[in-house]
Design a protein around this ligand. Structure first.
Ligand code: CTP
Ligand code: CA
Length: 226
């Protein structure tokens, strides 16, 4: 397939997108995971490709098809995702839509933990690297536009503003993922787009494909003409 050959607002741009959950192994048959279908991240990758960009999609385990015209790198864990992201740089634009596990089991057991009739095992956890914060803080080779996501269940804008400042990204896409909203795994999304410059847009509920197209339009405007 021809990559990045289409004319469009992102023609000639290199774009990196993370999507989906991570799986953090406990033992050979069990893992810790986040809830994420990958639909929004994949839609952004597809929209960026349609806008002419050369797109690398670093995806955790998902059950949806690869978007057309995109190079897909499949990973399982947060650490593998960070490695794949580093390998995919440099890029003009990086969008971190993945639901990365904040913690992983401190040790992966080589053999299956058995239910041997005693008390349930306890799970010691250690923190995973923060991929978005790592890329945002790169002294050399930082993408010009770094975009984070914030999935929140309450006080969405408060949490989002704090997260934008803490992560060091340029734009943050915040959405309300409280169970009543049906965003998780669903086809639509209600998002706010916050800029480090203080800008705020709140969009109506839209299909995830349409959210992807609109976001890509905004990214194109921010990057300007190549
Ligand atoms: N993210 C990441 N690497 C991590 C954790 C998060 O790249 N280890 C990215 C996500 O892809 C998203 C953004 O950081 O773009 C915000 O993720 P979120 O889980 O909302 O933020 P956290 O800082 O982990 O805060 P929280 O305690 O709310 O989970
Ligand atoms: Ca998190």
């Amino acid at each position: 397939a021809m990559l990045g050959a289409a004319p469009g607002p992102l023609a000639g741009r290199r774009v990196l997108v993370t999507s989906g959950p991570t799986h953090e192994p406990i033992d050979p048959v069990r893992y810790l995971a986040n809830r994420s279908s990958g639909r929004q991240g994949h839609a952004i990758a597809a929209a960026a490709a349609a806008a002419g960009a050369e797109v690398t999609l670093v995806s955790g385990p998902v059950a949806i098809p690869d978007p057309a015209g995109v190079r897909v790198v499949r990973v399982e864990t947060a650490r593998e995702m960070l490695d794949a992201v580093r390998a995919a740089l440099p890029a003009d634009l990086a969008v971190f839509a993945a639901a990365v596990g904040d913690w992983r089991p401190a040790a992966e057991q080589a053999s299956k933990i058995k239910k041997d009739g005693s008390a349930p095992p306890s799970l010691a956890l250690v923190e995973n690297p923060d991929i978005l914060a790592t890329v945002s803080a790169m002294a050399e080779g930082r993408p010009r536009l770094v975009v984070g996501f914030a999935a929140e269940t309450d006080r969405v804008l408060d949490h989002a503003r704090a997260k934008l400042a803490r992560k060091g990204c340029d734009l943050l896409v915040a959405n309300d993922v409280s169970p009543a909203g049906g965003v998780m795994g669903g086809a639509s999304n209600t998002v706010h787009l916050l800029g480090r410059d203080g800008s705020l847009e709140t969009w109506p509920t839209l299909g995830k494909d349409e959210v992807g197209r609109r976001l890509v339009e905004r990214f194109g405007t921010r990057l300007g003409t190549p």
